[in-house]
Design a protein around this ligand. Structure first.
Ligand code: ATP
Ligand code: MG
Length: 414
């Protein structure tokens, strides 16, 4: 009996934890059967070397953590998508819009709550001789203090394409505003109304049609930002956060992304919506790490075994038809967007695939997370991440939180 082998490429930066988890779970998955055919996922860490544009890619799916920053792997990904139908998480063809700015624009058009936001021209002219001529002749003078005054303090000044808190400042008055703008240099900045006070910071990690909305505490150190908390949103608000997240992902064809929302009462406000390389470190996600790894393997297996075809360009029409329909209110639009997102991610077919082709995966992942293999990976990660005198404490911390996940799974009635 022949087996359909699918090679999954991992295009990696400095991470070791989740790739090891992904490799271990894929390998333990072994042969799985879907629609009468046996399938296997093979994994391989993609290496970087000259490639001929006519070389055939061996990979069917590639999980990319590099191409947002580096051109060579980015161009290889474009080649394998265009020429070899490789399926990408995420596709570099979506990078053009993978910044906060495009996501805000799309979300505003789709009717979501985005804080008042202004894009300010560069503080320092970009280093290009022709631009000097353009800016001298065409840049309108503007009064930033008046713009800020009209928006109302406090405000956030942050790069239109930010990530990792780079260049983010909260400004409470004109002095802070001017200092932040002076510091922005050649970064292109948004000025955005601060959402405060808010009740909950909800951060959603999405992999294909799977979304986990977590209670996020941005002021805590990295290892403590995600609270283990299952009931911090009402059912309605929880659904709204899922729909908004899946809408923006399906709209831009992002496969693997994390999104940030601030919740004030029953109102969900979106502040950060595009992360080409969302944080999935075990030292950040702890309790939620098994869910993330399982979802990544399930979605990858589905894309490979079902032969899911990627679409390279965005199709805005069906979304804007809903957005621009004067007869639909916000709630009705959310329902329609969720349907469009479910169609895009083939949710029904995916759920059927998980139930029929991967019926053992929950037990298998539980077993792996409880195994010495996982503990070894955790120990290595803690050793690499923290100074020696803190390692024991961190081992206890992460073992405790992952152990809580294990006991919660065991407590679920069969
Ligand atoms: N409009 C806002 N209202 C309230 N808080 C905000 C707002 N914008 C940003 N923040 C705060 O500043 C933090 C960083 O902003 P933002 O997420 O936009 O930048 P980032 O560089 O993408 O950071 P990260 O990589 O941590 O997500 C947010 O996590 C939030 O705590
Ligand atoms: Mg953010």
């Amino acid at each position: 009996m022949s087996v359909n082998r699918h090679l999954v490429g991992l295009l990696l930066g400095a991470e070791e934890d989740w790739p090891q988890a992904f490799e271990a779970i894929s390998s333990r998955l072994g042969v799985f059967r879907y629609e009468g055919v046996d399938h296997v996922l093979d994994t391989e860490r993609v290496r970087i070397h000259p490639f001929n544009l006519r070389d055939r890619a061996r990979h069917q799916v590639v999980i990319d953590r590099l191409a947002y920053w580096y051109y060579h792997p980015r161009e290889w990904l474009k080649k394998v998508a265009l020429m070899d139908d490789a399926y990408l998480l995420n596709s570099p063809f979506t990078f053009q819009s993978m910044e906060k700015h495009s996501a805000y624009c799309a979300l505003i058009r789709l009717g979501m709550n985005v804080p008042d936001t202004v894009l300010v021209p560069h503080k320092n002219p970009i280093d290009n001789v022709r631009w000097a001529y353009t800016s001298r002749n065409y840049n309108d003078p503007f009064d930033l203090a008046t713009i800020a005054e009209e928006m109302g303090y406090p405000l956030f000044m942050k790069p239109f394409d930010g990530g990792g808190w780079r260049g983010v400042s909260k400004v409470r008055n004109q002095d802070e505003l001017m200092a932040a703008y002076d510091d922005s240099g050649e970064m292109l900045m948004h000025l955005q109304k601060s959402v405060e006070p808010f009740d909950v910071f909800a951060r959603a990690l999405t992999i294909g049609p799977e979304t986990m909305v977590m209670n996020f505490r941005p002021d805590e150190p990295m290892h403590n930002r995600y609270a283990v908390d299952h009931e911090f949103l009402s059912a309605e608000v929880g659904q709204e956060t899922v729909t908004i997240t899946q809408t923006v992902n399906a709209f831009f064809r992002w496969e693997f992304n994390s999104c940030e929302m601030l919740v004030q009462g029953d109102t969900v406000i979106t502040i950060d919506y595009a992360n080409a390389c969302p944080d999935v470190a075990v030292t950040s996600l702890h309790y939620y790490f098994p869910w993330a790894m399982k979802s990544l393997v399930k979605w990858t297996a589905f894309c490979a075994a079902s032969g899911r075809r990627a679409k390279i360009h965005v199709d805005t029409d069906p979304w804007f038809e809903v957005a621009d329909d004067p007869d639909l209110d916000y709630q009705a639009k959310l329902v329609r967007y969720q349907q469009l997102a479910d169609q895009h991610f083939e949710k029904e077919r995916y759920l059927d695939f998980c139930a029929t082709a991967l019926p053992e995966i929950d037990d298998m992942v539980l077993e792996w997370i409880s195994s010495p293999d996982f503990d070894r990976m955790l120990t290595e990660t803690v050793t690499q991440t923290y100074p020696e005198h803190e390692r024991e404490w961190f081992m206890g911390h992460f073992r405790g939180l992952v152990g809580l996940w294990v006991s919660d799974q065991n407590a679920v009635p069969a």
